[in-house]
Design a protein around this ligand. Structure first.
Ligand code: IPM
Ligand code: MG
Length: 356
């Protein structure tokens, strides 16, 4: 079975971390035979420079035809002043929307060797294992915008159907984990949040009665992520709250560079990307942390490419590299991107081969 992967390196450190992940994936392919094919395409600022569009039509077509998409990061100061409709970020939002990727999965787990990298006390953070399911194609990100000299507005809208489908995704994941679902909203103020809470309550009561469901306001959730992150299993929330809370998760874990993500819809290819940005300040220096992108590639193997054993091998290799103390700058070490990639490769080479 041929597996076609479109690689959207994007901007800043994006191309460096996707190149590292492709190197690791090729080695895994050579080891266990996954028949991976890679197709690199311009995206974000790089595509604006090449053809004036962060998501050119031909790139979108290639993405639609792929089995999965591996993405680096987009944006940077170079494109800060281009019109908002064609900013690099607009390309990312359009990609999510065009492919119908309404569920964004952002897991937070902390490798035991990295507990000291977290700003939280070890007894608060060690053993944390949560998954944020962020709604990704609705809400204020996609509402009408207006702007005059003196006023600006951004509309936030959610339909029942949009809330139902992401609730189902999150509830299925919670059922396969520890059975606890926390829905985050701002129902004491926002009408969209009141709709959100009603729909989540109904869907879970009718279709997932075995789950333990709780509702939290987003401001309280922001506190609890710092004070008691281990109490959470699956957290489901709307687009903007999910954006903010997952950066908080990354900070709590001690490194933005470690966190992978998957964006998936009902069918078609998913997009797999580290949650960090393009980090223009360190772009081109060869010091970016590739672990988050390699862990995203593992999510891709498991969720879009039907290769769960290969995914487990990649995850084990990343854990091996971290256990061996190979830390990039963001983790308080001195390893380069190439050092971290080599460490993953050496763990892969010595791992017992599992049938793909
Ligand atoms: C993310 C990023 C994006 C978002 C930006 C780059 C548009 O912050 O994936 O979390 O806000 O969704
Ligand atoms: Mg973000």
């Amino acid at each position: 079975m041929t597996r076609n992967i479109v690689v959207l390196g994007g901007d800043g450190i994006g191309p460096e971390v996707t190149a590292a992940a492709v190197t690791v994936l090729r080695a895994l392919d050579a080891r266990i035979g996954l028949d991976l094919h890679f197709d690199a395409q311009p995206f974000g600022g790089a595509a604006i420079d090449a053809c004036g569009d962060p998501l050119p039509p031909a790139v979108l077509d290639a993405c639609r035809a792929a089995d999965a998409i591996l993405l680096g990061a987009v944006g940077g100061p170079k494109w800060a002043n281009v019109p908002s409709a064609i900013r690099p970020e607009a390309g990312l939002l359009r990609l999510r929307s065009e492919l119908g990727l309404y569920a964004n999965l952002r897991p937070l787990q902390l490798h035991p060797a990295l507990v000291d990298a977290s700003p939280l006390k070890p007894e608060r953070i060690s053993g944390v294992d949560l998954l944020v399911v962020r709604e990704l194609t609705g809400g204020i990100y996609f509402g009408q915008r207006t702007r005059s000299e003196t006023r600006a507005t951004d509309e936030c809208a959610y339909s029942v159907g949009e809330v139902e489908r992401v609730t189902r995704s999150a509830a299925r994941l919670a059922r396969a984990r520890r059975g606890k679902l926390t829905s985050v909203d701002k129902a004491n103020v926002l009408e969209t949040s009141r709709l959100w809470r009603e729909v989540v309550t109904r869907v879970v009561r009718e279709e997932f009665p075995e789950l333990q469901l709780e509702h939290l306001l987003v401001d309280a959730m922001a506190m609890y992520l710092v004070s008691r992150p281990r109490d959470f299993d699956v957290i489901v929330t709307e687009n903007l709250f999910g954006d903010v809370l997952t950066d908080e998760c990354a900070a709590v874990s001690g490194s933005l560079g470690m966190m992978p993500s998957a964006s998936v819809g009902d069918s078609g290819p998913g997009v797999y990307e580290p949650i960090h940005g393009s980090a223009p300040d360190i772009a081109g220096l060869g010091v970016a942390n590739p672990y988050g992108t390699v862990l995203s590639a593992a999510m891709m193997l498991r969720q879009s490419l039907a290769a769960p054993a290969a995914a487990a091998m990649l995850e084990a290799a990343v854990h091996g590299a971290i256990s061996a103390g190979v830390r990039t700058r963001d983790l308080g070490g001195g390893a380069s991107t190439a050092d971290a990639t080599a460490a993953i490769l050496s763990h892969l080479a010595s791992a017992p081969a599992i049938a793909a």
